[in-house]
Design a protein around this ligand. Structure first.
Ligand code: SF4
Length: 297
C-alpha cells in the first residue's frame, strides 16, 4: 500500500498565524475571549481553551474591558462597533486575504451592486456582506441568482462587482460567475475571483490526487467548509473517498493492500492530526498480516 500526504494539507497561513497569535496572547493574559470557533477543529480549540481561551458566540457575552480575538474569517463592522462600546481590547487576526476582499467591496460599493459568491451562513461571507453596503447579495447556488437580480433591479446602479468567499470551490465559482454574467446581461459585470491562492492550490492538488489514487482520506472538522469542499472534489473522481475527523473514524473504513491512498486535509486541520492518521493507517496495515487480504482499518 502506498500512502501520499498532499503537499498543501494542514493549516493555511491565515489560520496558522491566528493560532500563533492566540498562543502568544494567552502567555500574557487569561482569560481571553474568541468570537466564534478560532478554527473549525475541536482539538485545536480544546488546546487553546485549556490555556485560558473562552469561545463566545456574541460580543455581549464578553465582560467589559476584556480582550476579544477576531478570528481569521473576519467580522462585519457592527462587531467592531459593539466591541468599542464595551471597551474591549480587540486582537484582530482577520486574514490579510479576507481584509483585501473587505477593502475591495468597500471601494466598489458606491458605484456597483456587490455580489458575494459563497456559503450564505459562513462567517467570512457574513463579514464581507457587512462591508458591502446595502446594495449587495450573497449567491451560494444558481437558485439565488433571481433573488439577487431582483435586489439589483431596485437600485439604479449599472454595474455589478462579484467577489468570492476566499475558500469557495473554484469550479462552482466559475459556473456561478458565468450564470451571473448571463442573467445580469444589461449590467457591466466585473468578476473578481477572490479565492485565495492556498485554497486554489489545495483544490488543484486534490483533483490531481483523486485521479491517481484509489482511496482518498479527507481529514478535518465536519463543520469546516473548506474541508467539505475538498471531500466533494475528491469524491467526483475517486469512489473510495472518506471524511475523517480523528483516527478513530478509520475503524469503519475498508482499504486493500493494493490501494494507493492519498491523504488530504483542510486549512483548519493541524499537521499532528494528519500525521496521526497516516501512522494509524500504517500501523493497522502492518497488523493486518497479509499483503493480499482486505485490511479493516
Ligand atoms: S484559506 Fe486563505 S484566506 Fe482563508 S484564512 Fe487561510 S490563507 Fe486566509
Amino acid at each position: 500500500m502506498e500512502i501520499t500526504v498532499a503537499q498543501n494539507a494542514g493549516f493555511c497561513p491565515g489560520v496558522g498565524l491566528a493560532i500563533k497569535k492566540a498562543n502568544e496572547l494567552l502567555k500574557q493574559e487569561q482569560p481571553v475571549y474568541c468570537l466564534g470557533e478560532i478554527v473549525h477543529n475541536n482539538q485545536v480549540i480544546q488546546d487553546l481553551e485549556n490555556k485560558g481561551m473562552i469561545t463566545v458566540n456574541s460580543v455581549e457575552e464578553v465582560p467589559e474591558n476584556a480582550t476579544i480575538i477576531i478570528r481569521s474569517h473576519g467580522e462585519p463592522p457592527i462587531t467592531y462597533q459593539k466591541a468599542k462600546e464595551r471597551n474591549l481590547k480587540v486582537m484582530d487576526v482577520t486574514c490579510s486575504n479576507v481584509k483585501l476582499v473587505h477593502d475591495k467591496v468597500e471601494r466598489e460599493k458606491a458605484g456597483s451592486f456587490i455580489i458575494i459568491i459563497g456559503v450564505k451562513n459562513h462567517p467570512e461571507v457574513i463579514a464581507t456582506f457587512g462591508f458591502s453596503g446595502k446594495n449587495a447579495a450573497i449567491i451560494g447556488t444558481e437558485d439565488d441568482i433571481l433573488d439577487a437580480y431582483q435586489e439589483y433591479e431596485k437600485t439604479n446602479l449599472g454595474s455589478v462587482y462579484v467577489v468570492s468567499q476566499t475558500t469557495f470551490s473554484s469550479q462552482k465559482f466559475d459556473k456561478l460567475a458565468e450564470e451571473i454574467v448571463k442573467n445580469f446581461w444589461e449590467a457591466e459585470v466585473k468578476i473578481d475571483k477572490t479565492i485565495c491562492r492556498t485554497t486554489e492550490d489545495r483544490q488543484l492538488e486534490v483533483k490531481k490526487m483523486a485521479k491517481e489514487a484509489t482511496c482518498i482520506i479527507v481529514v478535518g472538522g465536519k463543520n469546516s467548509s473548506n474541508t467539505r469542499k475538498l471531500y466533494e472534489l475528491a469524491a467526483q473522481d475517486c469512489q473510495k473517498t472518506f471524511y475523517v475527523q480523528t483516527s478513530e473514524d478509520l475503524e469503519n473504513i475498508l482499504v486493500e493492500e493494493k490501494d494507493k491512498i492519498g491523504i488530504v486535509a483542510g486549512a483548519s486541520t493541524p499537521k499532528e492530526m494528519i500525521e496521526e492518521i497516516k501512522c494509524e493507517l500504517e500501523r493497522k496495515l502492518e497488523g493486518s498480516g497479509s499483503s493480499k487480504k482486505l485490511a479493516r482499518i
